[in-house]
Design a protein. Structure first.
Lengths: 305, 279
């Protein structure tokens, strides 16, 4: 696997007048991984993708994508993207829209059939796109990304408009891409979706990258479940420890945010204080919990899906 | 860039608007430029001697010898706004449909895409110009046959020169529409403002130029009036029997002004397209 990142940004910034859409973003997507860029609507995810694709120019900083500058034909030839809801020429059929995209991309028309087959649109390929549902357009957008057989896929909210079967199928598609050695950057506000497929995540909020870690690290790090008696006294002792960030009481137990490596220290303090500790273990946090803690707000109403 | 050109041509070929606007141009020429005038000539309204002379002169415009000026005058008039709409649609529709994002993320550079759009538009306008001349030739031969008037067509070189001039006229209007589309990024606004220029501003400044010398200077730079000047250089159709009025510019000057419109419009479109973010 090559060492150089598939995508790398250095202090990437974008201002619209006084509005700071992106603020010195430093993000790295490694080759072959599925990277989830999550954040609430308006966090700057789509702006980020627009900068990466060369659709917008940064106010400051730089982007390197597959070793190229953003928006160069050489780089774009190796990137497949679905940005926002894909738009097509409504007066053309799905097949003709693919012909147009293939011609722009400089790829042969014989790639169109397999791409449409892959997204399940082969039977509707001769229908005009004006009659397509949102989900079908989304799949047609993915077919357009397949045409170039790119190394890197940039997918912006790819499950928008898809029914539950379509969402599950999209999840499989993303996993399959990664299994075939492709790199995927998935931008989404659906945390459950990201949690299920991504290797690493970046949390973006108000244009800033708040966190960039593997999903396992994010979920598994820093939380212990403690069952102890008396609970209130145990909570007070835990709160006094300098290594503890936060203590919550939930369902007759404590949830303590602490480096799991300090679990023995917490246990010792509790036992020395005469507290009966019946259970102390590391618990995985949901991405939603991490997200809420970082941003102080839900991604969207769909965050609990 | 050949791939991008073929993509642009495919879109233009499959777009109903291209066929409708092209059809309006060609059918309009046949109906307004030949059929209606022929019916008028065949059934002249009662009038004085001057009116009768006008009718007779009108008949002459329909004959094969006058096919070049007849087609050119039509294209300089009705053809201009139609070409403007085609140009505006070609650029602004990508923004209205939001397809510009899909196009630019495939591969082409912005300048390459602009070049492909320009070439495709130029090809479509060549086809329209040739189709108009074909209709003009057929119409004039039909009139000559119905009238029993012997008539010969201009030489192929004259027809080719006429077609080239009509291409330049249509091209200048289309380029203006294309630039408006790029500037405004809205199909409706680009077409609306373009038609306001073509139908209102040109007319008002043209009318004022007869009274005020300042407007006369301005009118020398108007697109429509230079198109007319170039068209009239192939032979004035003095159907009114009176003073037709001297062309606003010499033919070479008019052609240069039209070429300047083409280049200027494309330069403005290119600068904006390359520098601005795609929103």
């Amino acid at each position: 696997m090559p060492d150089s990142p598939a995508l790398e940004t250095h202090d990437l910034s974008k201002h619209y007048g006084r509005l700071v859409a992106l603020d010195r973003l430093n993000l790295t997507v490694r080759p072959g991984e599925i990277y989830g860029l999550i954040g609430p609507n308006g966090a700057g995810k789509t702006t980020f993708l627009r900068l990466v694709l060369g659709l917008a120019r940064p106010t400051g900083g730089a982007v390197r994508i597959l070793g190229e500058h953003a928006g160069t034909p050489a780089g774009l030839a190796r990137i497949g993207s679905v940005v926002e809801t894909p738009a097509f020429y409504p007066y053309l059929s799905g097949f003709d829209n693919m012909r147009v995209l293939a011609a722009y991309a400089g790829v042969r028309n014989d790639r169109i059939g397999p791409a449409l087959e892959r997204v399940g649109l082969a039977e509707r390929a001769r229908d005009k796109v004006s009659g397509y549902s949102l989900g079908m357009r989304q799949r047609l957008g993915l077919a357009g990304a397949y045409l170039k057989d790119p190394e890197l896929y940039l997918l912006d909210e790819p499950t928008n408009g898809l029914d539950p079967h379509g969402i599950a199928a999209m999840r499989d598609v993303i996993r399959e891409l990664a299994q075939n050695g492709k790199t995927v950057l998935l931008s989404s506000h659906l945390l459950a979706e990201v949690e299920q497929v991504c290797d690493r995540i970046g949390v973006i909020h108000h244009g800033k990258l708040l966190l960039e870690e593997s999903v396992g690290e994010v979920r598994g790090s820093g939380r212990l479940l403690v069952r102890a008696t008396p609970l209130a006294e145990a909570a007070a002792i835990a709160e006094r420890l300098s290594s503890v960030d936060r203590v919550e009481q939930h369902d007759g137990a404590l949830r303590v945010d602490i480096d799991p490596g300090r679990a023995a220290e917490l246990n010792r303090e509790l036992v020395n204080a005469g507290i009966d500790v019946s259970e102390l273990r590391s618990v995985a946090r949901t991405l939603e919990e991490v997200f809420l803690q970082l941003t102080g707000e839900p991604a969207t109403a769909e965050v609990t899906e | 860039m050949t791939g991008a050109i073929s993509a642009e041509l495919l879109k233009l070929r499959k777009s109903w608007s291209t066929w409708i606007l092209g059809g309006v141009l060609v059918l309009g020429l046949f109906l307004l430029g030949y059929l209606l005038i022929y019916l008028l000539v065949q059934n002249p309204p009662p009038g004085d001697a001057g009116a009768q002379r006008g009718i007779a002169a009108l008949k002459q415009t329909l004959l094969p010898a006058n096919v070049v000026p007849n087609v050119l005058v039509f294209l300089a008039g009705l053809g201009g706004p139609i070409a403007l709409v085609i140009g505006a649609l070609n650029s602004a529709r990508e923004y209205s449909l939001r397809t510009i994002t899909a196009v630019l993320t495939q591969r082409p550079s912005r300048l390459g895409l602009l070049g492909a759009k320009t070439v495709a538009l130029a090809i479509v306008l060549v086809i329209m110009a040739v189709a108009c001349f074909a209709v003009g030739v057929l119409g004039s031969l039909l009139v000559a046959a119905l009238d029993g008037t012997p008539g010969s067509l201009p030489s192929f070189a004259d027809l080719a020169k006429g077609a080239a001039a009509s291409w330049l006229i249509l091209g200048a209007w289309a380029a203006l529409g294309f630039a408006l589309g790029m500037v405004l990024r809205s199909t409706g606004l680009a077409i609306g403002l373009g038609l306001v220029y073509a139908l209102v501003i040109e007319t008002v400044i043209g009318a004022l130029s007869f009274a005020l010398s300042a407007f006369e200077t301005v009118s020398r730079g108007l697109l429509g009036r230079n198109g007319s000047a170039l068209a009239e250089s192939f032979g004035q159709l003095n159907v009114g029997g009176g003073q037709g009025g001297a062309p606003i510019n010499a033919p070479a000057t008019a052609a240069l002004v039209l070429a300047a419109y083409v280049i200027g419009s494309l330069v403005v479109a290119a600068i904006l397209f390359i520098r601005r973010d795609v929103t």
